[in-house]
Design a protein around this ligand. Structure first.
Ligand code: NAX
Ligand code: K
Length: 449
């Protein structure tokens, strides 16, 4: 059992991977049931457990876990929503020699195991299931969900009436619902139980980046020269510029950035932008934080886009069709409002929409929020476990843009730069703790490198 990591598979991809594994579905269910029993033993500390079993293989996992827990001496009972409908679940129920109670009038227990529905859920939970599920979950001291909290859309993270779990044990791999809101918040802590199924996908969970330390041959330019362009709100660009410097860029130039800046950051005027962009040593440009929407601002965005420099576009620089297959590395960092302004409402999940937008504009997109999604043209995507909710404060996006600039400047490809930036940002927020403000991230960034 490990923290959420690795590939993210849709329900259909998970099914295909199970078949491709060559391992019998019976054996996979035995392993899943065993992993569930171990989780219940560990997190439930041997307290009495009630296992809710649904009609499919998720329920089958529950029956198997119950048998093992009973054998280990746990006071375990089962309540089912009906008779099993799959061959495997029928066999798993037949191997349970205790009683199977009715879900509607089940008595609560300190440990509740939700094995009603997993990847097979396709619609809203009916009231006759949702009502007892919520009643029993509210009465329990700990709720452990098998694979997924019953009542979330596996692929899109929709809430179909799920009860909140404290622990969700995902079998074989994470699914989009473990990372997309609102489902992610209903999962509690997500753990993965590897059951021997090899999973390959172009969507993965954000991982700690490998950030090489400077070596003896490094100098300020090899560590990366970043330009940050300021505008009408000086504080925003100052945050970006300082974030770039604090996340390892060797040389940061603030163009038209006024206000409080470390002495290490070089200041130039706006009319020096064109010349500076011609400097072949420039490895990344960050434009948009606090830029404003004047004609002059637009001209500067156009200059930056037309340059051959790797580019981070944020805030006021984000507009519909602002970039179109730009040849140099490009990262866009919209929040939900900016994303909709640029790409419309779109269909599908946040993951689908971000991937479609990345293909549309030919750039890497960091679609920010409580479930940040990073996508690049061609389908590669990364889903990010929830970061500190204290990040919901002014200026944190400006810091992220600056870090992304520093990651491009150290030579990372755009998708890797975006992932490294989001990871550093969220780690700095974790270290900054409660009540943090954007400036606190700057103090914590060096500790994350
Ligand atoms: N990932 C893996 O490798 C493995 C997965 N297994 C388990 O198998 C699960 C998937 O099993 P299934 O495909 O049987 O699916 P589920 O067990 O999630 O449920 C499918 C059943 O629920 C019904 N249903 C769907 N939505 C409903 C709703 N809103 N209200 C009422 N009924 C609804 C369907 O008609 C079907 O009968 C996984 O989540 C996991 O727990 C393991 O047993 C084996 C290994
Ligand atoms: K479940």
């Amino acid at each position: 059992m490990i923290p959420v990591s690795g590939c993210v598979l849709t329900a259909a991809q998970m099914h295909d991977a199970e078949i491709a594994s060559g391992i019998s579905l019976q054996k996979l269910m035995d392993r899943a049931g065993c992993a569930l029993a171990e989780a219940v033993w560990r997190f439930g500390s041997g307290r009495p457990a009630l296992i809710l079993c649904g009609p499919g293989n998720n329920g089958g996992d529950g029956y198997i876990a119950a048998r093992l827990l009973a054998a280990w001496g746990v006071d375990v009972s089962i309540a089912a929503s009906g008779f099993p409908k799959t061959e495997l679940a029928v066999a798993a129920r037949a191997a349970w020699d205790g009683l199977v109670g009715n879900l509607a009038n089940a008595q609560s227990s300190p440990v509740l195991v939700d094995a009603l529905f997993g990847t097979g859920l396709t619609r809203e939970l009916p009231a006759e299931i949702a009502k007892p599920l919520h009643r029993l979950a509210n009465a329990a001291e700990i709720v452990i969900a098998a694979d997924l909290p019953s009542g979330v859309g596996t692929d899109d993270g929709r809430d179909y009436g799920a009860a909140r779990a404290d622990i969700t044990l995902a079998f074989a791999a994470a699914k989009p619902a473990h990372l997309l809101q609102p489902a992610a918040s209903l999962c509690g802590k997500v753990r993965i139980a590897h059951i021997g199924v090899e999973c390959v996908a172009n969507v993965s969970v954000l991982a700690r980046p490998h950030l090489a330390q400077p070596g003896p041959t490094d100098h300020k330019y090899t560590r990366g020269m970043v330009i940050v362009v300021g505008g009408t709100m000086p504080g925003a660009a100052a945050l970006s510029a300082t974030a770039a410097a604090r996340s390892g860029a060797g040389y940061v130039v603030g163009i038209g950035v006024t206000g409080d800046l470390p002495h290490a950051i070089v200041r130039r005027d706006h009319d020096e932008l064109a010349n500076t962009l011609d400097d072949p040593r420039v490895r990344a440009v960050v434009i948009g934080p606090g830029l404003g929407r004047s004609d002059r601002a637009r001209e500067m965005v156009d200059l930056a886009i037309a340059s051959p420099c790797p580019l981070v576009l944020d805030g006021d620089a984000l507009a519909p069709n602002v970039v179109n297959d730009r040849p140099a590395p490009t990262i866009l960092t919209p929040h939900a409002g900016e994303f909709t302004r640029m790409f419309g409402d779109g269909d599908g999940s946040k993951l689908d929409r971000t991937r479609a937008a990345a293909d549309h504009c030919g750039a890497t997109i960091i679609f920010k929020g409580a479930d940040t999604v990073i996508a690049s043209p061609g389908g590669r995507a990364t889903l990010c476990p929830p970061a500190s909710a204290w990040l919901s404060t002014a200026g944190t996006g400006d810091v992220l843009a600056g870090i992304a600039g520093a990651m491009l400047a150290r030579g990372f490809a755009p998708h890797d730069a975006a992932c490294a930036a989001v990871w550093l940002h969220s780690e700095a927020a974790r270290l900054a703790g409660s009540g943090m403000i954007a400036d606190d991230l700057l103090t914590q960034l060096p500790r994350c490198l």
